[in-house]
Unconditional design. Structure first.
Length: 111
C-alpha cells in the first residue's frame, strides 16, 4: 500500500500556521509543525518569513539550561488572515472547485 502526499500551496501553509496558533494561543516549533503537518527542515523558512513580516512573534523562555521558543500570532497576522487569506480561499478553494460555478473571475490575483 503506497501513500501519496498531497501538495499544499504556500499560501495554505501560511493560513494553517496562523489558524493553528490562534486556536492554541502559543506553541513551540515542534508542536506547531506537527499540528500543521509540516516538516521542520523544509518549512522553517516560512516561519522565519512570517516572523520577519510581523505576522507571528517568537518568544524565548529560559528553562534551566535550555531555552524554549514559543510562537504566537500577532494582531497583524489575524488581520492578514481575515482580510487576505480567507477571501483568497473562497475564490480558490483547496479542492480546486469553486463554490459558485457561475462566477467567472478570470485571473485577478494581486501580489
Amino acid at each position: 500500500m503506497t501513500t501519496s502526499k498531497k501538495y499544499r500551496d504556500r499560501i495554505y501553509i501560511v493560513k494553517d500556521i496562523i489558524l493553528t496558533l490562534s486556536e492554541y494561543g502559543q506553541l513551540n516549533q515542534t508542536s506547531l509543525f506537527s499540528f500543521c503537518g509540516l516538516n521542520i527542515s523544509k518549512h522553517k523558512q516560512i516561519l522565519d518569513n512570517l516572523e520577519q513580516n510581523e505576522i507571528i512573534e517568537r518568544k524565548e523562555i529560559a528553562d534551566g539550561k535550555r531555552t524554549i521558543t514559543l510562537f504566537k500570532v500577532t494582531n497583524k497576522g489575524m488581520n492578514f488572515c481575515h482580510e487576505i487569506l480567507e477571501p483568497y480561499e473562497k475564490l480558490f478553494p483547496r479542492s480546486g472547485k469553486s463554490s459558485d460555478s457561475s462566477l467567472n473571475l478570470g485571473c485577478i490575483l494581486f501580489i
